[in-house]
Design a protein around this ligand. Structure first.
Ligand SMILES: Nc1nc2c(ncn2[C@@H]2O[C@H](COP(=O)(O)OP(=O)(O)O)[C@@H](O)[C@H]2O)c(=O)[nH]1
Ligand SMILES: [Mg+2]
Length: 207
């Protein structure tokens, strides 16, 4: 149990990257296809039932939600991609804004990409990973809804995803996760710790 993540609270919903809080301290962003289980993963990792809203019918709202953990660290919930009912104009906007955010945001330490374990590495996911490579940003893949597969098929999906990542997107790690069962939370906390605590140290050393 890591109490830092349980301190997460909702700060604001930004319609655009220009409305994000000042680019200081450190943050980790979460991305994923609509309905992949992103909101459920954020709720599970923060130990809060309804911090990020979850729904069975994905919404049209496309905004960035900001969840501070303390004065200098935050989680960033990016708009879900690949949702057909999002108006074309808005889709075009995020298609431009997301890679810009990944490349320009100084405080951004890494990206968690949520994928349904039954449908990993879609074209959208690969696009996001490509933008991470271009931005020199590490990524961590959560294969969520792992409770939907038996242990054997789950493990072989993880192995297959890892070998594809090794080939196409080195610097990217992967794990199984289940918000429903609470599996994989500790491994995710360790990855977030590495990104958020390392940068705290770097800041301390630079004074
Ligand atoms: N079985 C199972 N269902 C999940 C899990 N995570 C999310 N879901 C379900 O998947 C649907 C979409 O989840 P949500 O978190 O809203 O996805 P988002 O659109 O990516 O934010 C909801 O019906 C959730 O209850 C999981 O770990 N296991
Ligand atoms: Mg959601």
């Amino acid at each position: 149990m890591n109490p830092l993540y349980h301190k997460a609270r909702f700060l604001l919903s930004a319609p655009d990257v220009s409305h994000l809080p000042p680019d200081t301290g450190s943050e980790v962003a979460f991305a994923g296809r609509s309905n992949s289980g992103k909101s459920s993963a954020i709720n599970a990792l923060t130990g809060q039932k309804s911090l990020a809203r979850t729904s069975k019918t994905p919404g049209r709202t496309q905004a960035i939600n900001v969840f501070p953990l303390d004065e200098s660290r935050r989680l960033i919930d990016l708009p879900g991609y690949g949702y057909a009912k999002v108006p074309a104009k808005m889709r075009a906007h995020w298609q431009r804004a997301l890679p810009e955010y990944l490349a320009a945001r100084e405080s951004l330490r890494g990206l968690v990409i949520i994928m349904d374990v039954r449908h990993p590495l879609t074209d959208f996911d690969r696009q996001m990973l490509e933008w991470c490579v271009q931005a020199g940003l590490p990524a961590h893949v959560l294969l969520t809804k792992a409770d939907k597969l038996k242990r054997g098929p789950g493990m072989s999906t993880l192995q297959r995803v890892r070998s594809e990542l090794d080939r196409d997107f080195p610097q990217t790690s992967a794990q199984l996760f289940s918000a429903a069962k609470g599996d994989g939370i500790e491994a995710l906390h360790r990855q977030l710790d590495e990104w958020l605590e390392e940068s705290e140290k770097q800041q301390a050393e630079s004074y």
